[in-house]
Write a protein that binds this ligand. Structure first.
Ligand SMILES: [Zn+2]
Ligand SMILES: [Zn+2]
Ligand SMILES: [Zn+2]
Ligand SMILES: [Zn+2]
Length: 390
């Protein structure tokens, strides 16, 4: 006998959950919602991995693959883990966007799906996962969690009167596929929509940030930082002390393994600056000035002569008219006088010491202020108005 899929219950529960925890701003802030749900926590695979290693599990050598295999039921995306010594349940999620080419939107959907299992009290979130549950029941639970996730992220009733796939993606920060399925339901299968509506809701800035053309330049780092000054996102394998776009000193907004967290918290305002394509050691893949083909061993472009590796120069930008002139210093001296840090192709400044990068020094990258103003003409106007002293 088949298990009945409780579609309506799942969809309505999603809306009730939003209402109960006073969530009314979209795109939905998942971390904020989870924070409000009693006995529910969230951790990424890599955070769990470090935590267990720190506690001495497997002689301190827990790997992400081990967490995925043994605690997350082998899932690439996410899973629920019930703690044996408390009432707490942990949503484990894979925050690594490089693995399997995941997007932030897919991670959001996976987390919403696991919240669904938790709220709908599906009885399989244990260490032994699916054991003891028939495939039929498992599949019914999966469908219920999917229906819950769709309505949680995109609550029908908050939609504009004429909805489009693009609008759904922008307003709710979901994948194209998720938006298409919802669009289909709205236009063809209105029975597949929740009966309950949210009474109060609003929208924050759409999260427009998309990854740079070369994701390796911003993904796969251990630390990420969001700059309050220029709204740029930087990555590094040690905490960055300075912003690579504007050179200002970064303070508190640094996250370990935090790309997804930064997307969730600042995704609406992250500014994407232009970059020069480089390999992982900061070497340009073609000449950023004349476009000539180059060899990976070339330090200088054979055609136009510019220095091809982005690294710290040790030279600080200054507006001080009495500062020591630097023109007499040879480029070899400059490229060897910095802290030695190799920098990604978007770095105008050294992330370790705040000095100009070789690309920044040679004016190969666009001025960040100009790029910011071009991208945000309204914001600049607002700021200028407020700053007027009369
Ligand atoms: Zn599931
Ligand atoms: Zn900055
Ligand atoms: Zn050149
Ligand atoms: Zn430096």
């Amino acid at each position: 006998m088949g298990k009945v899929i409780r579609w309506n219950l799942a969809r309505n529960k999603a809306i009730q959950t939003l209402a109960k925890f006073n969530i009314s701003i979209f795109p939905l802030e998942l971390f904020q919602l989870i924070d409000k749900i009693p006995h529910l926590e969230i951790m990424s695979y890599i955070e769990m991995c470090e935590e267990l290693s720190h506690l001495g599990y497997l002689d301190g050598k827990v790997t992400v693959a081990w967490v995925q295999e043994h605690l997350a039921d082998g899932s690439q995306d996410a899973a629920l883990l019930r703690m044996s010594n408390s009432l707490d349940t942990i949503i484990l999620y894979n925050s690594d966007l490089l693995v399997y080419g995941h997007t932030e939107q897919r991670i959001r959907y996976s987390i919403a799906h696991e919240i669904g299992h938790f709220i709908l009290k599906h009885k399989f979130q244990t260490m032994i996962a699916r054991n003891g549950i028939s495939a039929v029941v498992y599949n019914a639970f999966e469908k219920e969690a999917e229906a819950f996730a769709a309505s949680l992220l995109m609550p029908y009733g908050t939609f504009p009167s004429k909805v489009s796939v693009a609008e759904l993606r922008e307003k709710y920060d979901v994948s194209k596929k998720a938006a298409e399925i919802m669009f289909d339901a709205v236009s063809k299968q209105t029975y597949a929509l929740p009966a309950i509506r949210l009474n109060h809701y609003g929208f924050s800035h759409p999260r427009q940030y998309t990854l740079p053309s070369n994701p390796f330049s911003i993904l796969g780092f251990k630390y990420y930082a969001y700059c309050k000054n220029c709204h740029g996102l930087t990555g590094g394998n040690s905490p960055n002390l300075f912003c690579s776009y504007c050179g200002s000193k970064l303070t508190a907004l640094s996250f370990k393994y935090g790309f997804f967290k930064i997307h969730e918290e600042f995704g609406g305002s992250i500014m994407k600056y232009s970059e020069i394509k480089t390999d992982s050691s900061g070497h340009a893949v073609e000449c950023p000035q004349c476009g000539s083909e180059i060899d990976t061993t070339d330090q200088y472009c054979a055609v136009c002569g510019i220095f091809l590796i982005n690294q710290c120069t040790g030279i600080y930008e200054t507006n001080d008219p009495f500062a020591m002139p630097t023109e007499h210093i040879s480029f070899e001296q400059k490229t060897n006088s910095g802290c030695g840090r190799k920098l990604p192709g978007y770095a105008r400044y050294c992330t370790g010491c705040g000095a100009l990068s070789t690309f920044g020094f040679q004016n190969l990258l666009q001025n960040w202020q100009k790029e910011y103003m071009d991208a945000n003409p309204m914001k600049i106007a607002e700021i200028t108005d407020q700053d007027l002293p009369f």
